[in-house]
Design a protein around this ligand. Structure first.
Ligand code: ADP
Ligand code: MG
Length: 309
């Protein structure tokens, strides 16, 4: 048993828990470890300040007020937008970061800390899609072709987890858990691979599986997480149908990066079980999808030895 250091903090609308085992191989002391964990938590604040749709002052909201001109973006916002557009293209538009106004209309408009309602005084002139967003890699700019509200809810948390994990890398053995989306590295306090439970989508006290994993992100999107106060449906939209996506109860994706696992899971959710699994296979990641009737769909190597216990 190695000594473990655990801290939790309410950030990004969820509880983030960071656990670090031991002091790392580089002779780091107690203070180094605490400072590293503080810096890891700071990434959640930084990413939220760039990417939150619920904060009137966030960079992404300020961007939405400047349609028609290239706007220089911070590294975090640029990375989130660039990656969201790539997933949109790969998924044929099932994943679409321009669903912000539509999310507001469905009642997903409350800031998690204060409960304050955030409404965007934007009236889109026409239906918008990810094709209305352009990035310039050399200049690090984002251009919105017309007024729209970006929603980076499916990439931001994963991005913050990845930045936190990078901060903790010198410690080798650690876990970052952001409300069920996790990145685990090395070993747990017992010297074994980390154990990551996959929640049963219809019974919050039950698990449908446990993964024994290391050096990987595991992200789950479920229709149970947040429901629309308007229609009771989940928080993932099918942009092509213009309504809630209802064919899937939960998706769990394993990937080397949490941003990748988070976003590909959301894309697979919208694509539905068969197309979603084919999509995950094409992207070279493993995943499990569960339908509302509790049917399971898995990528070919999902249950391979060493992945599922
Ligand atoms: P969380 O882990 O916070 O529950 P998910 O990874 O499940 O988030 O993604 C859901 C979030 O993604 C929604 O709250 C919304 O912000 C955004 N979203 C909803 N539908 C789509 C979509 N079709 N494409 C991209 N993002 C979406
Ligand atoms: Mg997701």
């Amino acid at each position: 048993m190695s000594e473990s250091f655990v801290r939790s903090s309410a950030l990004m609308g969820t509880v983030i828990t960071i656990e670090v085992i031991g002091h790392g191989g580089g002779g780091q002391g107690h203070l180094d470890r605490e400072f590293a964990v503080d810096r890891a938590f700071d990434w959640f604040r930084t990413v939220e300040a760039c990417c939150s749709r619920f904060d009137g002052e966030s960079e992404v909201r300020r961007l939405s007020a400047r349609a028609g001109e290239p706007v220089v973006a911070s590294d975090m916002l640029f990375e989130a937008v660039r990656f969201a557009l790539a997933v949109a293209e790969e998924s044929g538009g099932a994943f679409d970061p321009t669903v912000g106004l539509h999310m507001e209309e469905r009642g997903f408009d409350r800031e998690h800390r204060t409960g304050r309602v955030v409404r965007t005084p934007l009236v889109p002139a026409r239906p918008v899609s990810w094709r209305d967003v352009a990035v310039d890699h050399a200049r690090k700019t984002v251009t919105l072709a017309c007024p729209l509200l970006l929603d980076l809810g499916a990439v931001a948390k994963g991005l913050a987890i990845d930045m936190a994990a990078r901060e903790l890398a010198p410690f080798a053995d650690f876990a970052v858990d952001a409300g069920g989306d996790v990145f685990v590295s090395g070993h747990n306090a017992e010297g074994a691979p980390w154990s990551v439970g996959i929640r049963h989508p219809r019974d919050e006290r039950a698990l449908i599986g446990t993964l024994r994993v290391s050096g990987v992100a595991v992200c789950t999107s479920g229709d149970y997480e947040r429901r629309s106060p308007r229609d009771g449906a989940g928080h993932i939209l099918d942009p092509r149908a213009g309504g809630p996506s209802t064919g899937v109860a939960s998706v769990t994706v394993l990937a080397p990066s949490a941003m990748v696992a988070d976003a590909l899971g959301t894309a697979a959710f919208v694509l539905g079980p068969e197309k979603g699994i084919a999509f995950l296979e094409r992207q070279g990641v493993d995943g499990l999808m569960v339908t509302p009737a509790l049917e399971r769909f898995e990528t070919r190597s999902f249950a391979s030895p060493g992945v599922t216990a």
